[in-house]
Write a protein that binds this ligand. Structure first.
Ligand code: HEM
Length: 396
C-alpha cells in the first residue's frame, strides 16, 4: 500500500475513533441523564431538570452555605438547616422526587413503604453507590462490600456480636481481630491480610464516631430538657444507686432507653442511606432505570408528622414507652441503624455502650449547656453540632 493511502486510512480511523469518543461523552453527559429524566417524569415523578455536568450541585452548595452560616433556635426543627436542599425539593415536588448530583440522577424516596422495599431488597439490584477515592480510602470492609464477598464477611463477623458475647462484655475489636485472623489462617479460606486490615479500619470508623455523636446529642438534649434528665437519673439511682450497672441492670433501664431512642430519632448519626441501581428495577409502582442513586432520607422520615403525629418535632421519649415498633405509624419511619440484610451489624453493642455510658454520667454528674453553646446541627460524615458541644458538668 502506498504511503498517502496509508495516511488517509490512519487519519480516517483516528477521526472515527474521535467521533465515537465524542458520541460516548455526549451520551453519558447529556443524552443518558435526559433519557432517565424523561422516563422518571413520565411516571409522574417531579423534580429538578438536569443541568449539563453540574446537576443541582451549585444549588445544593449555595443552600448549604446559607443554612450553615447561622445557628438555629433551641428547638428540634432542624431539617431546613441539616439538609436544606432536601427540605426545599420535597416541599416543592413531594416526598418522591428527582434531583441530580452532577450527572448522576438521585431519586429521593421519603415514604416508609418505599424505604421498606429498598432496604429489604435481596435481589442484589441495589448496591452501595460507587464512592470517590477518599471515601474508599477511609472506609472499606463490610459496609462497602457487595455480593458474595459481603455475604461471606458478614457471616464471618456476625459471631463477634452475638448476644451471649455482648452479655459477657467480650465483644469488640480484640474479639473481631481474633476471629478474622483465625479465619485467615484456616485452609481454603480466601480472606487476605488486606481484608483483615480493611475490616479493622471500617470498624474503627463506623464504631467510634457514630456512638460518640449519639452520646453527645443525648447530653445536649437532656440539657435542653432538664425534667427528662432528672427522670432518667432517678431511674438509674433507684435501680442501682451509684454502683456501675451490669447487663441485668442495663436491661431494666426503661427511661434511659426511651431517651436514647428519642435522641436517635431526632438526631440520627447517619442522616441518610444511599443505594444504586445496577440494573432496571421495580420498586412499588416505580420503575427505576439502571445507574440511579436512591436516596433514603432518614432524618426526614424521623421528623415526618405523617408517621409521628403533630408533636413530631418535640422531644418526647414517652412515644417509645411501648417499644420501637409501637412508637410510630409505620415501623419503617424509624431506622437509625438501617434495616434488612445490611442493618448495622453492631447495633446491640452500640445500644449497650450508650446505655452504660449515659447511666454512669447520670449517676455522677448533673449537666447543662454552657452559655456559649450555639444550636447548629449540620450533616457531615455524621450529624454534628457544628460549633461543638460545650457542656457544664457538676459532680453530684
Ligand atoms: C449509634 C451508633 C451507630 C449507628 C447509628 C449506626 C448506623 C448504621 C447504619 C445506618 C448502617 C447501615 C448502612 C446502610 O444500610 O447503608 C450501619 C451499618 C454498619 N455498621 Fe453501624 N452504626 C452504629 C454503630 C456501629 C458500631 C459500634 C459498629 C462497629 C463496632 C458499626 C459497624 C457497622 C458495620 C460494619 C456496618 C455495615 C454492615 C453491612 O453492610 O453489612 N456500627 N450502621
Amino acid at each position: 500500500m502506498e504511503a498517502p493511502t496509508l495516511m488517509v486510512l490512519v487519519a480516517s480511523f483516528s477521526a472515527l475513533l474521535a467521533s465515537l469518543c465524542i458520541l460516548k461523552l455526549v451520551y453519558s453527559l447529556w443524552w443518558r441523564p435526559k433519557l432517565i429524566e424523561r422516563e422518571l417524569k413520565q411516571q409522574g415523578i417531579g423534580g429538578t431538570s438536569y443541568n449539563f455536568l453540574c446537576g443541582d450541585k451549585l444549588a445544593i452548595e449555595k443552600l448549604m452555605i446559607e443554612a450553615w452560616s447561622i445557628p438555629v433556635s433551641l428547638n428540634h426543627e432542624i431539617i431546613p438547616r441539616v439538609d436544606p436542599f432536601i427540605h426545599q425539593i420535597v416541599q416543592t415536588y413531594g416526598k418522591v422526587c428527582l434531583s441530580w448530583i452532577g450527572t448522576r440522577p438521585r431519586l429521593i424516596l421519603g415514604k416508609a413503604e418505599l424505604v421498606r422495599l429498598i432496604l429489604n431488597n435481596k435481589s442484589g439490584h441495589f448496591q452501595k453507590p460507587p464512592q470517590n477515592s477518599l471515601v474508599k480510602l477511609l472506609a472499606l470492609g463490610l459496609a462497602a462490600l457487595e455480593g458474595e464477598k459481603w455475604a461471606k464477611h458478614r457471616r464471618l463477623i456476625t459471631p463477634a456480636f452475638h448476644h451471649e458475647k455482648l452479655q459477657d462484655g467480650k465483644a469488640g475489636n480484640a474479639d473481631l481481630l481474633g476471629l478474622l485472623l483465625q479465619c485467615k489462617e484456616e485452609k481454603g479460606n480466601e480472606l487476605t491480610i488486606e481484608d483483615v486490615i480493611e475490616e479493622c479500619k471500617m470498624f474503627y470508623f463506623a464504631g467510634q464516631e457514630t456512638t460518640a455523636i449519639w452520646l453527645t446529642w443525648t447530653l445536649i438534649l437532656l440539657s435542653m430538657h432538664p425534667a427528662w434528665q432528672e427522670k432518667a437519673r432517678q431511674e438509674v439511682l433507684q435501680i442501682c444507686g451509684k454502683t456501675a450497672p451490669d447487663m441485668e441492670i442495663l436491661n431494666r433501664l426503661k427511661i434511659v432507653t426511651m431517651v436514647l431512642f428519642e435522641v436517635l430519632r431526632l438526631y440520627p448519626p447517619a442522616t441518610y442511606l444511599a443505594r444504586y441501581t445496577v440494573q432496571r428495577t421495580k420498586v412499588g409502582d416505580i420503575c427505576i432505570p439502571a445507574g440511579v442513586e436512591v436516596y433514603v432520607p432518614t432524618t426526614l422520615l424521623h421528623h415526618d408528622p405523617e408517621y409521628w403525629g403533630d408533636d413530631a418535632e418535640e422531644f418526647n421519649p414517652e412515644r417509645f414507652a411501648e417499644g420501637v415498633s409501637k412508637a410510630s405509624g409505620d415501623q419503617l419511619a424509624f431506622y437509625p441503624f438501617g434495616w434488612g440484610p445490611r442493618i448495622c451489624i453492631a447495633q446491640n453493642l452500640a445500644i449497650i455502650e450508650a446505655k452504660l455510658a449515659l447511666a454512669m454520667i447520670l449517676q455522677h454528674f448533673s449537666f447543662k449547656l454552657s452559655p456559649s453553646y450555639a444550636h447548629a446541627p449540620c450533616a457531615g460524615f455524621t450529624l454534628q453540632p457544628q460549633h461543638g458541644a460545650p457542656i457544664i458538668l457538676k459532680p453530684i
